[in-house]
Design a protein around this ligand. Structure first.
Ligand SMILES: O=C(O)[C@H](CS(=O)(=O)O)OP(=O)(O)O
Ligand SMILES: [Mg+2]
Length: 236
């Protein structure tokens, strides 16, 4: 099995994705939000790129969620803060989600055989599920504004660490993946500090979202694995 890591959405060429199991990673905050929403009982998450698409596709029972410049979009029900996705609000509701980076990365991943959403909060469960598809695996770090984001690389390293633990076949890792694995292993135990020190983390704290960082840093706090079925992420 080969494991490759794409450093940001801009690098997500089709030939690096087809015939593989793709794990889309956006620790701050889209994939952490998607995991939280499904754990809270959402019926599914439809990731879309634009605010207009979200509004156009909305059915009466749907919730609209997402951010621009980190803030909730005007008129939407929810922003992109994982702790806000609680059963009282989202249970049995489909959510249409649009965010700056994560939902774009999800669109790029559509060419993969299988698409999963990975975060620190579900890393081990996601690795276990990915292995079961018996394909090469590509980890797509969403990054931020077309550049690499440290928090996504850290999560890629974490998931590779778990893939190595669970795999029963030989595993080959590309150079960027090997670097991220080393970064994760040097950082284990100081995950929250790593997120707080990242560019996105600093931006989110400045804008008042420190509690989101605490949530997103909780490694393996849940076993939910979002999987794309058609155009919607559901429980895998
Ligand atoms: O809402 C977020 O955390 C980010 C916004 S930004 O990168 O800080 O502009 O969006 P995401 O798509 O979750 O990376
Ligand atoms: Mg992000």
């Amino acid at each position: 099995m080969r494991i490759e890591v794409i450093s940001n959405v801009n690098e997500a060429r089709a030939d690096r994705i087809t015939h593989r199991t793709a794990i889309v990673i956006d620790v701050l905050r889209a994939t952490s939000t998607i995991v939280a929403a499904l754990e809270a009982g959402s019926a599914g998450i439809l990731p879309v790129e634009t605010v207009l698409e979200a509004r156009t596709l909305q059915r009466p029972s749907d919730l609209l969620a997402g951010e621009r410049f980190c803030r909730k979009i005007a008129g939407f029900d929810l922003g992109n803060s994982p702790p806000d996705f609680i059963p009282e609000t989202v249970k049995n509701r489909r959510i249409i989600l649009t965010t700056t980076n994560g939902t774009r990365a999800m669109q790029k991943a559509l060419r993969a055989d299988t698409v999963l959403a990975g975060s620190l909060t579900n890393g081990s469960a996601c690795a276990k599920a990915a292995i079961d598809f018996r394909r090469d695996i590509v980890l797509i770090c969403s990054g931020s504004h077309d550049e690499f984001a440290l928090e996504d690389g850290l999560c890629a390293g974490f998931i590779i660490d778990r893939l190595l633990a669970f795999a029963s076949t030989n595993v080959e890792i590309d150079d960027f993946g090997t670097a991220m694995l080393g970064y994760y292993r040097n950082t284990a135990g100081r995950i929250t500090d790593a997120l707080l020190g990242s560019t996105t983390g600093r931006r989110l704290v400045k804008m008042g979202y420190a509690r989101d960082i605490d949530h997103c840093a909780k490694s393996d706090c849940c076993a939910v694995v979002p999987k794309l079925q058609g155009d919607t992420l559901v429980l895998g």
